[in-house]
Design a protein around this ligand. Structure first.
Ligand SMILES: [Zn+2]
Length: 552
């Protein structure tokens, strides 16, 4: 049970016995002798914190904070270790990812034959005919220098339908049996906003489909996860995130099922991060009808923005661009929804006081989304709508100026330059100076966040810092050096800015008295580290709401 609930129950008891004298609050834990980087401008560095009922009770010098200790209070000597606020991943898919880690084949492997072997092994344990599902396949990370084909998958597993998601989440790869079950053959036309890949000479299915064409498979694959499976998924991913220093994450494509899974995991004590659960636009009518809007919930599970998707993906090269992909003169990417559709769904949410988060990667996608937001705000002005541009990858001066006017929040990929360096050549050196544009955002006074988009991107905050500060990939290539930011800026982006993106900047994101006790203890100080080794800084402990969620 969480501290928050305990406290509510406690206050409830007080209300029933109003004469009960209020005991003066004392800290129940003190961390001292640390280098505490607070992200609070009035006290940037402290030595000690006192924690009471899951919140920071006092922050300051060792002597002052230790002075608050009542007999029996727990004290931990940090031995000079660096402490930062807990990291906030402002765009990720943790509940979904947890479920995938629980049930699917992890195809983050380095050769097609290794993927075939993993699928074969899994299929051997399943009754014939049952779907063999995979995730985190990445066509640019296998040594074969070609994508998975329908023949590869038929050869690996002929008697189970096989369906594998690309780690970007916008394209999938299937075998012949899966295509038959999905009702797709060579003559099936591309659906609007989607693509069924075919061999350019023979017209035969290649195995890959993109964007809205995935709906054929979604309909065919039985969704037989139990309520317990969903809770287990949250439990599993909770541990994975806590290990890296994350204390809050946005569920960026949430559903009512995810919302329930989060509540179940919270109640069983398995939720180790604060979840800001977006709701996919397909569910918005029933949510509005039920009187739900952004912000409903508590400090552990909160209803987030309504999610819309404007264009395609960066890692799979389907983002909608004004200039074509390098070496593909006719490929400008895909628009998933029309401007009118975005407006129609957006208007409903806007009028019902929902925040809106629209996936927009390419400059054309961002321009389209901004036009919708500008129109909504012009027709029905709201005081603080905090429109979000999910990813907001390829920008220009005009887009940034319009975002500033609107107060829009971008959530650019934090680890892509470092981790997905091999995909950067499709965008070209010049365009990279306008991608994941943290320098431009911060200079314009725009509150950009840290965001992994896991599974597409890695979620490790120390990797985010290195990627954002060095703009250098694992092979030493530098991509878009004009967008470098400092380590301190990167920490701010990953903490307090993330809190602002969910309207929670007064509750978390910095180490200040009154805020939730969310923090991470590091093995080395990132502000003194060589930027090219930031990713190697060990996370020693993570705390959320005064409870250790990870201890090494
Ligand atoms: Zn996403």
């Amino acid at each position: 049970m969480t501290n928050g609930t305990t406290r509510r129950e406690f206050l409830g008891t007080l209300a029933a016995f109003s004469l009960f004298p209020l005991e003066q609050e004392k800290p129940d834990l003190i961390l001292h002798n640390g280098r505490i980087v607070t992200m609070n401008p009035t006290e940037p560095v402290a030595e000690a914190v006192a924690i009471a009922r899951g919140q920071f009770f006092a922050v300051g010098k060792n002597a002052d904070v230790l002075n608050l200790a009542a007999p029996g209070v727990r004290k931990i000597d940090l031995a000079g270790k660096t402490v930062l606020p807990g990291f906030i991943d402002a765009h990720s898919h943790p509940a979904d990812a947890g479920l995938m880690h629980l049930r699917m084949v992890d195809c983050d492997l380095r050769s097609i034959s290794a993927i075939q072997a993993a699928l074969r092994e899994r299929a051997a344990k399943m009754p014939a005919g049952e779907w063999a599902l995979g995730f985190k396949y990445d066509d640019t990370k296998t040594e074969d220098a070609r994508p998975l084909s329908i023949a590869d998958l038929d050869a690996a597993v002929p008697d189970h339908p096989v369906h594998i998601q690309h780690r970007g989440g916008h394209t999938t790869y299937s075998n012949s049996l899966a295509f038959r079950k999905a009702g797709i053959d060579e003559k099936t036309p591309d659906p609007p906003g989607g693509k069924i890949d075919r061999d350019s000479t023979t017209g035969k299915l290649s195995g890959r489909v993109a964007e809205s064409a995935n709906a054929y498979f979604e309909k065919a694959i039985p969704h037989n996860f139990t309520r317990e499976d969903h809770r287990e998924g949250v439990k599993l991913i909770s541990k994975m995130l806590a290990k890296t220093g994350i204390t809050s994450a946005t569920e960026a494509q949430g559903t009512p099922t995810d919302l329930r899974a989060y509540q179940d995991a919270r109640d069983s004590g398995d939720l180790l991060y604060r979840a800001y659960c977006f709701i996919n636009y397909r569910f918005i009518d029933s949510m509005i009808e039920a009187g739900v809007r952004t912000g409903l919930g508590d400090e552990w599970v909160r209803v987030g923005a309504m999610k819309l998707v404007c264009d395609g993906s960066i890692s799979e090269r389907t983002a909608r661009l004004s200039a074509p992909y390098e070496g593909h003169p006719n490929d400008y990417g895909i628009l998933v929804m029309t401007e009118e559709e975005l407006y129609t769904h957006g208007r409903k949410a806007h009028l019902a006081d929902w925040q809106i988060g629209t996936h927009a990667n390419g400059d054309v996608g961002i321009d389209t989304t901004l036009r919708v937001y500008e129109r909504l705000q012009k027709e029905s002005p709201r005081r603080d709508p905090r429109f979000r541009l999910e990813h907001c990858t390829v920008v220009n001066d005009d887009l940034i100026a319009r975002m500033k006017v609107l107060g829009a929040i971008p959530t650019p990929f934090s680890t892509y330059v470092y981790y997905h360096g091999e995909k950067m050549r499709y965008y070209g050196a010049e365009r990279l100076n306008h991608m994941f544009a943290l320098r431009s955002f911060l200079d314009a006074g725009i509150r950009a966040t840290q965001a992994s988009d896991y599974p597409p991107g890695e979620f490790i905050p120390m990797m985010a810092l290195q990627s954002e500060v060095t703009r250098t990939d694992t092979k030493g290539n530098v991509w878009g050096p004009k967008q470098k930011i400092t380590v301190e800026e990167a920490i701010r982006v990953g903490t307090i800015n993330g809190a602002y993106a969910s309207y929670e900047e007064n509750l978390k994101g910095s180490i200040e008295a009154g805020k939730f006790a969310d923090l991470v203890v590091l093995g080395r100080d990132p502000l003194k580290e060589n930027p090219s080794t930031l990713v190697t800084i060990p996370v020693e402990r993570t705390m959320a709401g005064g409870r250790w969620t990870f201890e090494s």
